[in-house]
Design a protein around this ligand. Structure first.
Ligand SMILES: *Cc1c(COP(=O)(O)O)cnc(C)c1O
Length: 396
């Protein structure tokens, strides 16, 4: 990313720029778009959104007007703040003026309830509040969403259907999660830096049918220059995904399952047990038996393990909030990139047990973790791993 592109400007669509001097940028951007389309088998890709939130805003702007109603997952059901209501400062409500209705959610199965969702859509229609947009995807995303079951219904009822793949983009690319475009979504939005291991950025995918609306929403709507160096870095990441994405996604999911199973055996209440805990890179744990999620996050950080506190189903009803929620969320995407496998997951689970269940001093566990961690200093699933994971190219 530290290239001349970092200091350049481009506006508009490659080949139709509003600036001179974009010949090389155009070439890179076309390559980037082609790679994205190939990975996701999409007819159209816009690689310019500078983040996942901006990608979502592009969809809101292209397919809805302020005041329209959107259906999305609530935060305890896994939704993201960019799908959220105005009262909570969620992007959809605050920035684009959408009214947000939440999917009915089955807290046992950790799944969107398909029948209740259909009933709710009809009810809203009757009440004169027809939905304009259905948003799938989320930030706590253990199991695929019922896209195949709901997309046709949503479209028949006048909705544009978008799938926010910010978290699971790399798993979809590796063929290990659901395939939203084949299951019926119109468009996909994502971040390019979660399980898709690129630079921080965003991406919108869809078919030619929606191209013009999306292009205009992204520019001039939501970007001026679109951070050209990120486009170049996205292209490299996409090429790596095509080469290594399948192996990576397979290992990520194996690791998440192994980690979840180990935690569960040690006495943690891992969510989704009846469904095998997870089908993604994430694990969610109800920690209320030991402390609240905020406290667990803090203690683990002192031990050198970064997880995050997580609202889980039931929290809001019980009066818990984001600061002290009932759960934590663990992701294995980065540690998998560092070459860790299932046995390492079990070891990591035991470090967590020592801090949270055995109540060992976090500082004491930290020194063991530092020792353990020394063996994982290379990035895997990439073209060139000669540079260590924590070494950086010196420019001068
Ligand atoms: C992380 C996330 C985003 C936001 O992405 P940024 O690239 O950080 O703007 C959007 N949607 C979901 C579901 C996310 O998890």
């Amino acid at each position: 990313m530290a290239s001349d592109f970092g200091n350049r400007y481009a506006e508009g669509w490659p080949g139709e720029r509003l600036y001179a001097g974009c010949a090389h940028i155009d070439e890179v951007e076309f390559i980037c778009m082609d790679l994205a389309k190939k990975i996701y088998r999409a007819g159209f890709a816009d690689v310019r959104p500078i983040s996942g939130v901006v990608a979502n805003l592009a969809i809101y702007s292209a397919f809805t007007d302020p005041g329209d109603v959107m259906m999305a997952a609530s935060i305890p059901a896994g939704g993201h703040i960019s799908h959220g209501r105005k009262e909570k400062f969620g992007t959809a409500g605050l920035v684009h003026g959408l009214n947000v209705e939440f999917y009915p959610f089955d807290t046992q199965e950790l799944a969107i309830d398909v029948d209740k969702t259909k009933a709710r859509v009809l009810e809203l229609e009757k009440a004169g509040r027809p939905l304009k947009l259905a948003m799938f995807g989320g930030s706590l995303f253990l199991f695929p969403h019922p896209v195949r079951e709901l997309s046709d219904f949503m479209k028949e009822h006048g909705m544009h259907v978008n799938y926010d793949a910010a978290h699971v983009a790399g798993l979809i690319a590796g063929g290990r999660f659901q395939d939203p475009l084949r299951e019926g979504t119109d468009t996909i939005t994502m971040s390019t830096h979660k399980t898709l291991f690129g630079p921080q950025g965003g991406l919108v995918l869809g078919s030619e049918k929606h191209a013009e609306q999306i292009k205009k929403a992204v520019f001039p709507g939501l970007t001026s220059s679109h951070h050209i160096h990120l486009v170049a870095a996205k292209a490299v990441a996409f090429a790596e995904v095509l080469e290594f994405g399948r192996d990576y996604a397979r290992q990520v999911i194996r690791n998440a399952r192994a980690f979840a199973g180990a935690l569960n055996e040690m006495g943690f209440q891992v969510l989704g047990e009846s469904r095998g805990f997870t089908e993604s890179h994430q694990i969610a744990v109800n920690v209320l038996e030991f402390a609240d999620g905020g406290r667990v996050e803090e203690d683990l950080e002192r031990a050198g393990i970064i997880v995050n506190r997580q609202l889980i189903p039931g929290d809001i009803k019980a009066g818990r909030n984001y600061l002290q929620p009932g759960g934590i969320r663990i992701g294995v995407s980065e540690i998998t990139r560092l070459g860790m496998g299932e046995s390492e997951m079990r070891e990591l689970a035991s470090f967590i047990r020592r801090v949270i269940i055995d109540k060992k001093r976090p500082e004491e566990v930290r020194s063991d973790i530092e020792l353990f961690r020394k063996a994982y200093q290379k990035v895997r699933f990439c073209f060139d791993d000669s540079l260590g994971a924590y070494e950086y190219v010196k420019l001068r």
